[in-house]
Write a protein that binds this ligand. Sequence first.
Ligand code: IMP
Length: 193
Amino acid sequence: MRLCFASNNAHKLDEIRPLLPAGLQLLSLADIGCHEELPETQPTLEGNAHQKAQYVFDHYGVGCFADDTGLEVEALGGEPGVYSARYAGPQREAADNVAKLLHELGAQPNRAARFRTVVSLVRGAADVQEFSGEVAGTIAAAPTGQGGFGYDPVFVPSEGDGRTFAEMTLAEKNLLSHRARAVAGLVAFLKAE
Ligand code: IMP
């Protein structure tokens, strides 16, 4: 089976690739000749994940899945949530987003947060599936670690050993992460077909 993963984020592709069954041929957007920015204008993670996968299916005729992820911080009322990528502005800069997050939290003692990922699979008009995954954790006082991407340097998963996601190897992050959990749902669904 061939499926496109609708993301230009190479980190996401690296995380997802080892989680997929050997029989699944994973295509990138470049592989199918899609070089434009995908629409992502919905007010929910579910809406955005579906919008991206549907766009690729409609324009390229390839079965496709997309993920949309948000960091939800309790003391900030669930922000930045669906606006995580543009939290500090349209430049979508990870370092700016992290700096804004730490500034907004200040000395707030409640640092509880969670990552939530929604994966949408679109293979036809009547063949749309949704999977989700989440991981609870806390926001560190300062960024630590060189790995991962986005908010990983300040996210400490509760089920871990105190390290941020950015201090873990890709395989370690995949044992706990929101994205790995959502993709596990996708893989179980595909295997059961
Ligand atoms: P999107 O799913 O690509 O729209 O990501 C939304 C925002 O969350 C972006 O700023 C990403 O860098 C960030 N993000 C997505 N997934 C992760 C992750 O696994 N770790 C850290 N940050 C992430």
